[in-house]
Design a protein around this ligand. Sequence first.
Ligand SMILES: NC(=O)c1ccc[n+]([C@@H]2O[C@H](COP(=O)([O-])OP(=O)(O)OC[C@H]3O[C@@H](n4cnc5c(N)ncnc54)[C@H](O)[C@@H]3O)[C@@H](O)[C@H]2O)c1
Length: 412
Amino acid sequence: MNGRLGVGFVGGGFITRFHVQSFVGIREADVRGVWSPDAGNAEQVVRLARDLDVGDCRAFRSIADMVADPAIDAIWICGPNHARIENVEEIVQAIESGRGTLRGLACEKPLARNLDEAIRVRDLAARVGLQTAYLEDQLFTPHVETGRSLLWARGAATTGRPYLARAAEEHSGPHTPWFWQGDLQGGGVLNDMMCHSALLVRHLLTRPGESLSTVRPVKVTGKIASLKWSRPAYAQRLRETMGKEVDYERRPSEDFASLTIEFETSDGERVLGEASTSWSYVGAGLRLSAELLGPEYSMQWNSLDSGLRVFFSRAVQGRAGEDLVEKQNAEIGLMPVVPAEAVVYGYEAENRHFARAFLGKEPARLTFDDGVGVVEVLMAAYQSAEEERTLALPVPDLQRFRPAVARGAWRP
Ligand SMILES: NC(=O)c1ccc[n+]([C@@H]2O[C@H](COP(=O)([O-])OP(=O)(O)OC[C@H]3O[C@@H](n4cnc5c(N)ncnc54)[C@H](O)[C@@H]3O)[C@@H](O)[C@H]2O)c1
């Protein structure tokens, strides 16, 4: 292994391309493989890895072949949510049948579509003794890391722990059809993006160096709504751009969600997290924001306050693209630009950390146990929204719960 980690990717879409870009800043790992059922996607990833010189990457014919190759030490699962179980089963079967070994398995958010599947993913990985990494990039953004460290070191150390954290992730809607389909994705924007914000508020409220278990979620209040995409003109636009399977007049998913989480801390205090998330936000592009507040201090982060703006007059015939910011909505006027998005959104620090963790150089900060914990909060939030009441954790029978959105039974 030569002290370096060879990484293979399952799935060759949007997030894999982001991960590959981040490897430019990682000294301990190389991109060595990719498998995707779409050979064109896999080839794009191979070309990107070679162009960026981040590893001698090749496309594999199957996930099992990738596990079997000694160049691959760890796999990053970046397929669609509905393929999680089959992807992890193929990895585990390849290991159990003696075809190959791995040092670790990392999985994109959410760990799975519901609690039952998330527990299966965790248990499958445990069955073959794999180290695991739950990929939640927002905990690793340089802004969050720096702000959180400063507030805890200066403000909390002298005036008391923070009592309120807020986080939001908002954009104008996902890029491929399966995200919009409740059965395939597991829900709507709550499942897709609240996983970030729900964990981020908990992380901000947790003293650096301490475990997330010192800030335990005890009550959740969720709200979901279809604000934009079930309006007839927008439902029609979705059918035209995403295909007839995406029918928001008959089977909508929520495009807005809010969540309040009450936490109990290990020192006996009650603190609050407020998170909201949206596919119906139309601004320059993706907006991530976070706040942390305590008795004598506060911090705030908004990813669109990037420090760089460009202006294009109406004479500039702007071609639609995402060269200024992820999920860009416009090309003219005064526009914020987010340079080095793979760094700003946390992918670089995330992948550096998990590569080092799998090499035994530091303990993993997030494992599949944390991914299961996030899914538990998300499912409780859906149930709370459906029942229009606050729920105490643990919610009985949550493992059997499937959101109405995922069952195609939600009528907003
Ligand atoms: N951390 C983040 O901010 C972030 C951002 C986007 C996506 N994600 C997560 O990453 C995962 C992938 O999302 P994406 O945006 O790359 O999606 P995408 O639709 O852009 O790409 C999905 C890829 O998976 C491949 N695929 C299709 N069927 C598959 C199967 N059965 N097994 C494995 N791969 C298969 C597709 O060919 C494609 O290459 C999702 O779980 C999503 O929630 C995370």
